[in-house]
Design a protein around this ligand. Structure first.
Ligand code: APR
Ligand code: PHB
Length: 390
């Protein structure tokens, strides 16, 4: 088998890159370890920056997003018995975010890929990437028990945090930076109308809570929990009780309860691997960085990597220039580190840390009070939340 770009992983990164390449006439094959249904069953983030929405338009997959996505002009920070609205639209000269689940993004991209007749090999086992430091990279894998080889010009490592691409790079040529947070998020998805029209991020004595949504009839709620909590110990009733205790009274009163359709605990981590290019292998998305979900940046960072990587590959094939390829890692990382900073800051500002002293708690509240009382500070939060320019 041969293709121009071999893409490892059919998450949002791999599918978006594949769709953009296909539309630009650049041949690509996606190899995915799991089945398509498994990939669609993962419940993840749901807030899209304008830049990502624009890429979905460019990729020709925006019809349902435009019809069903909820445009949000602001969100709320709740702390110390009060609530402050960050007016995203007003503070950023008209920018907004769109609430649309990652599952839906993935489904739209998979459907478009199938319509275009582009090849995705699901349930590809034992995927290995080789020869990317020379001119003839290749990917080997096992499909239905048969060993296969895919020759290519480039390999896009879009295989997430636990993927093999980053692990295939010689250890002395990659540097990893990491912070693991001493808590997780217990999340519930339920077919009940959201408690508030906009997202509410709450800093409470009992820990962080977040009210989010997927649509006007589907809510997504989270509460901070310690890492030794087990999801089996959290009945729906216990979850809703804890959620309500951490929210401002009017929001708590508006929470409609209903059976959870998904409930899980996710750890929080900040992680960056540098660089993102190794000869003819590129890393993109979760394969090269992780953010804690507090700033809603994970999916959006995957999209911005793909923005730079797609432009670089298109330049290579259509303009015979390698400038984009040579600049990819530096360009992507400079945006990634700023989103890492924002996600770390939101996490630090809103959660209860086990080791936190009373002084540090006061610092958190003072910081939130400052954000709420200063247009400059609110503007900084808003411009990061809607997404820094590409
Ligand atoms: N071979 C083939 N595929 C693999 C391998 C492998 N060895 N390892 C992992 N994969 C696949 C996974 O099964 C997954 O479908 O790569 C895909 C990676 O997808 P994601 O983890 O969704 O990563 P990405 O596409 O970069 O999307 C980033 O997803 O994790 C969220 O918060 C994150 O929203 C962000 C977005
Ligand atoms: C979500 O809806 O899942 C969500 C929203 C905002 C976040 C994190 C998660 O910051």
């Amino acid at each position: 088998m041969r293709t121009q770009v071999a893409i490892i992983g059919a998450g949002p990164s791999g599918l978006l890159l594949g769709q953009l390449l296909t539309r630009a006439g650049i041949d690509n094959i996606i190899l995915e370890r799991k089945s398509g249904d498994y990939v669609l069953g993962r419940i993840r983030a749901g807030v899209l920056e304008q830049g990502m929405v624009d890429m979905m338009v460019e990729a020709g997959v925006s019809e349902r997003l435009k019809a069903e996505g909820l445009v949000h002009d602001g969100f709320a920070l709740a702390f110390n018995g009060r609530r402050h609205r960050i007016d995203l639209h007003g503070l950023t000269g008209g920018k907004t975010v769109t609430v649309y689940g990652q599952t839906e993004v993935t489904r739209d991209l998979m459907d478009a890929r199938a319509d275009a007749g582009a090849v995705t090999i699901y349930e590809a086992d034992d995927v290995r990437v080789e020869g990317f430091d020379g001119d003839h990279p290749k990917v080997t894998f096992v499909q239905n028990g048969i060993a296969q080889t895919l020759d290519c010009d480039f390999i896009a490592g879009c295989d997430g945090f636990h993927g093999i691409c980053r692990q295939s790079v010689p250890q002395n040529s990659i540097t990893e930076f990491e912070r693991v947070y001493p808590f997780g998020w217990l999340g519930v998805l339920a077919d009940v109308p959201p408690a508030a029209h906009e997202l509410v991020y709450a800093n409470d004595q009992r820990g962080f809570a977040l009210c989010s949504m997927r649509s006007s009839t589907r809510s997504r709620y989270y509460v901070q929990v310690s890492l030794d909590e087990r999801v089996e110990d959290w009945s729906d009733d216990r979850f809703y009780d804890e959620l309500r205790r951490r929210l401002p009274q009017d929001v708590a009163d508006a929470v409609v309860t209903g059976p959870s359709i998904e409930k899980s605990i996710a750890p929080l981590r900040s992680f960056v691997a540098e660089p993102m290019r190794f000869g003819r292998l590129f890393l993109a998305g979760d394969a090269s960085h992780i953010v804690p979900p507090t700033g809603a940046k994970g999916l959006n960072l995957a999209a911005s990597d793909i923005r730079y990587l797609f432009d670089a590959l298109r330049e290579h094939y259509t303009e015979k220039s390698n400038a984009g390829i040579d600049g990819y890692s530096h360009k992507a990382l400079s945006r990634i580190w700023k989103a890492e900073r924002f996600s770390w800051w939101m996490t630090s500002m809103l959660h209860r840390f086990p080791s936190q002293s009373p002084f540090e708690q006061r610092m958190q509240l003072a910081e939130l009070d400052y954000v709420a009382s200063s247009v400059a500070a609110s503007t900084s939060v808003a411009e990061n939340y809607v997404g820094l320019p590409y």
